[in-house]
Design a protein around this ligand. Structure first.
Ligand code: ADP
Ligand code: ASP
Ligand code: MG
Length: 401
């Protein structure tokens, strides 16, 4: 079998841990597999590099940021290859470019456009373990690009797809996908299986155990992901195609996104085109708007609320101030978070949302915004209630049993 292993920051967080990873890779080889390994930077390294750049500039050039950030993964790839060689395993480290990963031009958030697997295949055929620096590729100018935070997951899935690997095993400090973040709710239960669709919702709604774009790509390329721990031999969780025979679970998990900020616009002139103007301008500034609510109009004006990532709040503020002739008043609040309930079974059951609202009301947690789709319900609440809201929802759907 050909297996892709991906080790995240915690798993390669120290030299001892890199030795541990080398031992695991050597074992997979001894079991008769070809192995390609994708690594993250050592934990904390990417943030440290970002802080270095901020020392010089509030708004560093994105091209140079990619030069800088891609170095973290390069260090771990080289160290792991050396550690493997020391254990008698023939290994070769590659950068994203050397592994044939081409991306679009969008520095710091590039998309993978294609992978030329020739170099990796040649090394595999020569009996080597290929260790690829995750999170990076190269654009048509030949500049290094990075794939967005958590992007090594995406590198691993894309490589597994390009090499037609039998599985993509993603190793972190948890031994699988749980019904919610086990750091918040110790009673969370590990799942044996979760569908791409549900995992994509959980990841997009804040469960950072997998990067959402990696799940999207796995679904598209039909790459089987197995989420496992690099510190144990526990079974892990398979992420794959939903099986129609399986009984649809009503709710499969609860996600929390702390990176939310709320913008409230009061007394907005209620004329055709105003929402288009506001949201076009935000889109033009590449500000990601998530939930939107507009109240019923009253005396020719209306109230409009929406959420943006916390890191984009300052930009959103600047954009809104340019509209002040159309807006009576505005508030900005970055002490909010979003809790979400996810489950494919919601498609065919009623009362799921009502149960969530009742449970939060019983804890006196005020819901500031709500949005729903076929398989999820998201609610914005004050940040101070984040953990309580997650635990309350986790228990109301009996996920701890
Ligand atoms: P890595 O650094 O290896 O990429 P991450 O820190 O990105 O690992 O992801 C692992 C973390 O994801 C866990 O430590 C856990 O706290 C968090 N997490 C959030 N939601 C979940 C969930 N539903 N199941 C498991 N882990 C979760
Ligand atoms: N090192 C990068 C980050 O911290 C990519 C990754 O770990 O997946 O976002
Ligand atoms: Mg991660």
């Amino acid at each position: 079998m050909l297996i892709v292993h991906k080790y995240g920051g915690t798993s390669v967080g120290s030299l001892e841990r890199i030795t541990n990873v080398a031992t695991r890779v050597a074992r997979a080889r001894d079991e008769g597999n070809d192995v390609v390994v994708v690594v993250s930077a050592m934990s904390g390294e990417t943030n440290k590099l970002i802080d270095f750049a901020k020392y010089f500039s509030e708004n560093p050039s994105k091209r140079e940021m990619d030069m800088l950030l891609s170095s973290g993964e390069r260090v771990t790839a080289a160290l792991l290859a050396i550690a493997l060689q020391e254990q008698g395993v023939d290994a070769i480290a590659m950068t994203g470019r050397q592994a044939g990963i081409k991306t679009d031009r969008f520095h710091t958030y590039a998309r993978i456009e294609s992978i030329d697997p020739t170099a990796m295949n040649n090394e595999i055929a020569a009996g080597k373990v290929v260790v690829v620096a995750g999170f990076q590729g190269i654009n048509e100018d030949g500049s290094v690009t990075t794939l967005g935070r958590g992007g090594s997951d995406l590198s691993a899935v894309a490589i597994a797809g390009a090499l037609n690997a039998d599985a993509c095993e993603i190793y972190s400090d948890v031994d699988g996908i749980y019904t919610t973040d086990p750091r918040i709710e110790p009673k969370a239960q590990k799942m044996d299986f979760i569908s791409y669709e549900e995992m994509l919702e959980l990841a997009s709604l804040g469960a950072k155990v997998l990067q959402n774009r990696s799940v999207e790509l796995a679904k598209k390329l039909k790459v089987k992901i197995v989420a496992k721990s690099s510190f144990s031999d526990a079974e892990g969780t398979v992420i794959g195609e939903e099986n129609k025979e399986m009984e649809e679970v009503l709710v499969s998990g609860i996600a929390l996104d702390r990176n939310q900020a709320r913008v409230t616009l009061r007394g907005v002139s209620d004329r055709p085109g105003i929402a288009a103007e506001i949201f076009n301008k935000l889109a033009h500034e590449q500000i990601n708007v998530d939930m939107i609510i507009q109240n019923a109009s009253n005396d020719g004006t209306t109230n409009l609320g929406f959420t943006v990532p916390q890191s984009e709040l300052a930009n959103a503020k600047a954009v809104m101030e340019a509209f002040d002739h159309d807006i009576g008043g505005m508030d900005f609040d970055d002490s909010v978070c979003k809790v979400s309930v996810v489950g494919v079974g919601m498609k065919s059951h009623s009362g799921v949302a009502a149960a969530a609202f009742t449970a939060l009301a019983n804890e006196n947690i005020n819901i500031e915004m709500i949005s729903t789709s076929e398989i999820k319900i998201s609610m914005v609440v004050a940040e101070k209630y984040a953990e309580l809201a997650v635990r309350t929802l986790h228990s109301v759907y009996k996920l701890d049993q």
